[in-house]
Design a protein around this ligand. Structure first.
Ligand code: NAP
Length: 331
């Protein structure tokens, strides 16, 4: 598989990476079978994926422990571990983000929270160092840690060898500029899919200019773009998909009709809709990493298969036209 450099770090990551959010097993995704998760992660590595993304937020450390277990037998230098910081539930310092599974979770990118969180991540993952540390959610009122303090802590961790590269996520352009005024950024991680391409459209030029690697997540919009959630699919109140207006029935209808119109492409490329959508996503930028999400071996294999399909230009353009026409999204 094609490899893409992580910023200017010298680390080379597979174009398709493995995301482990849905394996976290918290209330928004529902319970997860550990053996199935381990098999999915190990399949990913066997098939050439060398970047694994996790976070303390995914099941309050569970996903990190799972990743640690899955990679125990794999030589450490063959794998890139990426985790996150700034999601804080140990005390009431920070700006309220969400309440989940009986915990009050806050945005906290203070030096104290970063140092403490990284110590936990190292322990959960059972590793000596983390390859890439990403600030998960940026600071907000009433707890506005200056970016200089956050960056200072990350730089300190880098100098002592605890982390090898710095990334940021869920940020705006002003925040990117603030980080860049402090020093090097290797990764920007944002949602990217055919329903939500705006952030990639906005940030890809700044990534190009500053040699930052863009990582796109929710490429299949939590399964919506595979066509598997029909009009009769019922969302429970706590389901993660409830957060997005794209799952509302009137939008789901438009999306399903658009996907239905792509059946001839599936026949042409001998693939399913998940493959086709991943193939479309991989064409966006040669320096973008697609963070595949899933909790089953088959999800991993679908991302890999889609990433290997080279869509012809005319088909890519037709899909773009359909997206604009059906959904009004500015691809
Ligand atoms: N920085 C951030 O704030 C942030 C935010 C979101 C994600 N991320 C990272 O990016 C990764 C990917 O994001 P995501 O999990 O939203 O990606 P996604 O691929 O859009 O969603 C993953 C879910 O979609 C369904 N799915 C995936 N592939 C499928 C297939 N081939 N066929 C049918 N269903 C399929 C599965 O749902 P079921 O398991 O329910 O069947 C799977 O758990 C995450 O795991 C995480 O590492 C980061």
């Amino acid at each position: 598989m094609k490899k893409i450099e992580i910023g200017t770090s010298g680390m080379m990551a597979s174009q398709i990476a493995m995301g482990t959010w849905s394996m976290g097993g918290d209330i928004q995704w529902g319970a997860q079978d550990e053996a199935i998760s381990l098999k999915a992660i190990r399949t990913a590595v066997e098939e050439g994926i060398n970047l694994i993304d996790t976070a303390p937020a995914y099941g309050f450390g569970y996903s990190e422990r799972l990743v640690g277990k899955a990679i125990r037998e794999i030589p450490r230098d063959q794998i890139l571990i990426q985790t996150k910081c700034g999601f804080w539930w140990k005390d009431d310092e920070g700006a309220l983000l969400i309440e989940r599974d009986g915990r009050v979770c806050r945005r906290n990118l203070s030096r104290r929270a970063i140092m403490d969180g990284v110590k936990d991540s190292i322990q959960n993952l059972d590793v000596d160092y983390i390859d890439i540390l990403v600030t998960h959610h940026q600071a907000r009122e009433p707890f506005l840690t200056p970016v200089s303090e956050t960056y200072g802590a990350l730089e300190e961790l880098k100098k002592e060898g605890t982390i090898r590269a710095i990334g940021i996520s869920n940020c705006n352009m002003a925040e990117i500029e603030d980080y860049l005024s402090c020093g090097t950024i290797d990764v920007i991680q944002e949602h990217f899919n055919m329903l939500e391409p705006e952030t990639a459209n906005e940030f890809l030029p700044v990534c190009e200019k500053n040699q930052i690697t863009f990582q796109g997540f929710s490429v299949l919009k939590q399964g919506l773009l595979t066509g598997k959630y029909g009009m009769d699919y019922q969302l429970s109140a706590e389901n993660v998909r409830n957060r997005s207006h794209w799952f509302q029935l009137e939008n789901r209808k438009k999306i399903l009709e658009m996907l239905d119109g792509w059946k001839p492409f599936c026949e042409k490329y001998d693939c399913n809709l998940a493959h086709l959508v991943v193939a479309w996503s991989a064409k966006k930028s040669p320096r973008m990493i697609l963070l595949g999400g899933g909790r089953k071996e088959q999800h991993v294999r679908d991302y890999l298969r889609g990433g290997a399909i080279a869509l012809e230009e005319q088909d890519y353009e037709k899909m773009n036209q359909d997206i604009v026409q059906a959904l009004g999204v500015p691809v």
